[in-house]
Design a protein around this ligand. Structure first.
Ligand code: PHE
Length: 330
């Protein structure tokens, strides 16, 4: 047994110590073997043997833990020394910062709509129930509220789940005609390869006198926009549902990876869903006191666009703040 005490003390790396741990404390380790041997010892000696073994076990565990702390600290110190950066050192190659890939994509989207004469509006991130839901034709207890897993505060306040409340705020403080986009951060309780609890949307809203804004206008601008973003893609409109638009559509582009043949990214369908849109529901106009107007609205997720354009596989990696990763998108 004594030799194992020495070995623990002599272990000179975390890896080495781990090997010893397995050899001593593991299922097929020394201690297990000693305990097994005890079974064949005379009955009157068993208690004494067990007692001694347990004392060894306790002492070795303590020794092991102490050694582990020492080695882990040494390893950390070595790593810190090796990765140390002397910020006062002159560097002949100046490091340049860059915009985050999501912001690059956002800028490109905003540029398009600004060139098409849209104004850029913003609204608060901490919203109330009225602007985020109620005025958007989403009354309390409406099942469609489940489409958006919401972070709530006290007193009916919440983190906005989409940029659509900016539509409401804009209409409440200005008169038609309106031609606006609203870029910004939104929040939902979601976390996987393609969802993070914070992400970005760009909302669009166009309102004018009754009869002046049609689905054809909406189709034109979105097709033109998607070709600007993705190049020569096919665009299709699929009937869908949003409480604040009627009729509503989801818009797909032909898969930019397989050109519509069917691949992993498009789940063999040949199409990629990229945004939601529709003709503004009359109930929304009623909520903001608009009469005799017509309009269209659309909303898109910026991260989705960034992932497609920049070939990003795991969205979460973008928000871990590792400069070595972000540098690749300069
Ligand atoms: N707000 C919707 C969402 O977050 C997107 C949308 C906006 C759909 C405007 C239609 C019109 O899913």
């Amino acid at each position: 047994m004594k030799q194992w005490y020495d070995k623990i003390e002599a272990a000179d790396s975390v890896e080495k110590l781990e090997e010893i741990r397995i050899a001593v404390f593991g299922k097929k380790g020394v201690l297990a073997a000693e305990f097994a041997k005890m079974k064949s010892a005379p009955n009157e000696e068993k208690a004494q043997i067990a007692k001694e073994l347990n004392i060894h076990k306790g002492k070795m565990t303590e020794l092991f833990n102490q050694r582990k702390i020492v080695l882990a600290t040494e390893a950390l110190e070595a790593a810190m020394k090796a990765e140390k950066i002397d910020v006062s050192l002159f560097s002949p190659t100046a490091e340049r910062g860059a915009l985050h890939p999501v912001m690059q994509t956002m800028d490109r989207i905003v540029d398009y709509f600004v060139s098409m004469n849209f104004t850029v509006n913003t609204g608060p991130i901490v919203e109330d129930d009225f602007h985020n839901f109620e005025a958007l034709n989403l009354p309390k207890y409406h099942p469609a509220r489940d489409m958006q897993d919401t972070f709530y505060f006290k007193d009916e306040m919440l983190l906005r789940t989409h940029t659509s409340p900016v539509q409401i705020r804009t209409m409440l403080h200005s008169k038609p005609p309106i031609r606006m986009i609203a870029p910004g951060a939104v929040f939902r309780r979601d976390y996987d390869l393609t969802h993070t609890p914070m992400f970005h949307q760009v909302e669009g809203l166009v309102v004018d006198e009754e009869g002046k804004v049609s689905f054809a206008n909406l189709k034109f601008i979105l097709e033109d926009f998607l070709k600007y973003m993705f190049g020569d893609v096919d665009v299709r409109f699929r009937p869908s549902f949003f409480p604040f638009t009627e009729p509503s559509a989801e818009v797909d582009i032909s898969c930019i990876f397989c050109k519509g043949e069917g691949c992993r990214v498009c789940s063999k369908t040949g199409w990629l869903e990229v945004l939601g849109c529709g003709i503004v529901d009359p109930n929304v106009f009623e909520a903001v006191g608009y009469k005799d107007v017509s309009g269209y609205a659309f909303g898109l997720g910026v991260e989705r666009f960034a992932m497609l354009i920049q070939h990003i596989g795991d969205l979460r990696s973008l928000f871990e703040g590792d400069v070595r990763l972000l540098e690749q998108f300069q």
